[in-house]
Write a protein that binds this ligand. Structure first.
Ligand code: BTN
Length: 323
């Protein structure tokens, strides 16, 4: 029995004895125990309930391409390039990069778990199976990198639209595209561009969305983290959440291709967690302080300085100062 089959057996959230699992898979109880340990090592809190056996503290819906497709709006489904769901990948974004030449526009790759999930600034992205979403999308563009300014911010608004479409409020954006809620990171967006500066190019857009975190995972995250379970009581069905995310990206990326960042500016302003906040910035322009004043038509952060001037920032580390 592989870790994947064990997770499927435990998915309903009811206790299953080691003997039953071993019988079913035709392997020893020791081999079952080894797989339980493998799931635990990846961050899934499999409980041991004495004679009753093993159980998960909550039911899990395994990702399923057919269920995801069935929950896409018709327009989204017809525009989708491809949809691949894997049990395990190093990284969904690395997988799409490897398939860059042959993959159709608006192809999506999801994985139950990633062994080398990548975050921004070279960070790892924790990717336990059965709990969160790890998804990457390929979008091709014709008009070069210059037409892509604001893309990563626009993707942040697409993620928020998807979350709101699940009836979950309370999340916002920390420039450029950290999706935060209750002071912690709810989702991360990693946009990687390749191709020609003034011609055809491609964006591999990776999104990690936390549906359910354990205390241990929060500690390992290395930064404050939040999940949809905290905001919503129970997290949404994972296949439904994946479908909403895919639908929002398909629709949003097509709009971005046509009109650029401009149509997303209003949405961004609605979610902007830095507007009106005292900020400390450090980047190529050195260190300075000011007050968040929204973003411009290209997605650059606008910072009001003490002398009343406005500084435009394309890239910087931003921290919010305590009042
Ligand atoms: C961030 O650091 O804020 C960005 C995190 C992006 C994580 C996602 S998970 C799916 C995709 N695959 C990866 O390896 N990274 C992205």
């Amino acid at each position: 029995m592989q870790a994947r089959q064990l997770l499927a057996a435990l998915a309903p959230g009811e206790a299953v004895s080691g003997a039953q699992l071993a019988d079913h898979a035709g392997i020893t109880r020791a081999a079952i125990w080894k797989q339980v340990e493998a799931l635990r090592a990846r961050g899934l809190p499999v409980e041991a309930r004495g004679a009753a056996g093993y159980r998960l503290p909550w039911p899990v819906q395994l990702l399923d391409a057919a269920r995801i497709r069935a929950q896409l709006p018709r327009a989204g489904a017809s525009r989708l390039g491809a949809l691949h769901v894997h049990w395990e990948l190093d990284s969904t974004s690395s997988e799409l990069q490897r398939r860059l030449d042959e993959a159709a526009d608006l192809s999506f790759v999801l994985a139950e778990t990633q062994t080398a999930g990548r975050g921004r600034r070279g960070r790892n992205w924790l990717s336990p199976p059965g709990m969160n979403l790890y998804l990457s999308c390929l979008k091709r563009f014709d008009r070069g990198f210059a037409a892509l300014s604001g893309l990563s911010l626009a993707v942040g608004t697409m993620v928020l639209r998807a979350i709101e479409s699940l009836g979950i409020e309370g999340a916002g954006l920390k420039w450029p595209n950290d999706v935060l809620a209750a002071g912690g990171k709810l989702a991360g967006v990693l946009v990687e561009l390749s191709g020609e500066y003034q011609g055809p190019c491609a964006a591999v857009i990776g999104v990690g969305l936390n549906l359910r975190l354990t205390d241990a995972l929060r500690e390992q995250a290395g930064q404050p983290a939040c999940d949809l379970a905290t905001l919503a009581g129970d997290p949404p069905d994972r296949n439904l959440a994946a479908a909403r995310l895919i639908a929002a990206l398909v629709e949003g990326l097509r709009q971005f291709e046509k009109d650029g960042f401009a149509p997303f500016a209003e949405g961004y302003a609605r979610y902007d967690l830095l507007a009106g906040r005292r900020l400390r910035l450090s980047g190529a322009q050195g260190q300075f302080e000011g007050t968040g004043a929204g973003v411009d038509a290209r997605g650059a952060l606008q910072v009001r300085l003490a002398d009343g001037g406005l500084r435009s920032v394309d890239s910087a580390d931003v921290t919010v100062r305590r009042a």
